[in-house]
Write a protein that binds this ligand. Structure first.
Ligand SMILES: [Mg+2]
Length: 270
């Protein structure tokens, strides 16, 4: 019987007690065109208080790089972070696709309409004034959105700040509101991880998809998965994903297992 601790203990195989997940990954590895997608924070990188220091687990990055180098295999990170920020932290680039802003930054160059750009400016001004009233809350500017972070505020202050955002600028027309762990994001582009995943699936012609995610915004991606796909929720919380692992080290074990199976599967093709 595996205890929660043992699922991520060094040296132990976190998938040993997950035969259903192993079987699903085994099947996934055999499809002709495979799309491997993952969230970054809380999946490849443990959650830390300072988002600028959320460094990835090296084995996960290794596994993604090798998967991306295999034939008929596409790898993409789907993150809420700005693409540039993601590229720097994850130390990944082509052929790994980096999709930022929860899907808003799907293409290399994000183009806002004049209307979207003006709305983003109004949000920036209003939210800067708002967060100043809540000690510990801070504002992050991203290409298509503004994010109010409350992890560093006292819990009741953070909750009040998030409520004020929802009631204020979050209710403006044209603003797409996203809620995560201690963050509220106000986007001027209505993309989410589900629309981004669907676009990547069409673009790559993938026969099946893997997606790993840990947060509420990842549920949009789990929602567009089909029977041939594999969704893995990392950590606790309600989910639509078909599988669950305990933590980032176990998520990395999923990627390493898939790399092994996929390498064997593509090597066996004539
Ligand atoms: Mg995450």
């Amino acid at each position: 019987m595996a205890s929660p601790e043992s699922t991520s203990a060094a040296g132990a195989d976190p998938l040993a007690s997950e035969p259903a997940l192993r079987g699903a990954l085994d099947q996934l590895a055999k499809v002709h065109r495979l799309l491997v997608t993952s969230d970054y924070d809380g999946v490849l990188a443990p959650i830390v208080t300072d988002p600028a220091r959320a460094f990835p687990l090296p084995a996960g990055i290794d596994a993604l790089r090798s998967l991306a180098g295999l034939p008929s295999t596409t790898v993409a990170l789907l993150s809420g972070r700005a693409r540039a920020d993601l590229a720097k932290l994850a130390e990944l680039g082509p052929p790994v696709r980096l999709v930022g802003g929860h899907g808003a930054e799907l293409t290399e160059r994000l183009q806002l309409t004049d209307e979207q750009a003006a709305l983003r400016e109004r949000l920036a001004t209003a939210l800067a004034e708002l967060v100043a009233d809540y000690p510990g809350a801070w504002l992050e500017a991203k290409p298509a959105s503004l994010v109010v972070h409350t992890r560093t505020a006292a819990p009741e202050v953070g909750a009040a700040a998030r409520a004020a955002v929802h009631a204020g600028p979050g209710s403006w027309p044209g603003v797409a509101l996203g809620t995560g762990k201690e963050v509220v994001e106000l986007s001027v582009v209505s993309a989410n991880k589900g629309t981004a995943l669907a676009a990547l699936r069409t673009e790559t012609g993938a026969d099946a998809v893997l997606f790993l995610g840990d947060d509420v915004t990842d549920e949009n991606a789990f929602a567009v998965l089909g029977d041939a796909d594999v969704g893995v929720k990392v950590g606790p919380g309600e989910t639509r994903a078909g599988h669950r692992v305990a933590d980032p080290p176990a998520a990395v074990a999923v990627l390493e297992f898939l790399r092994e199976q996929r390498s064997g599967a593509v090597a066996g093709r004539s």
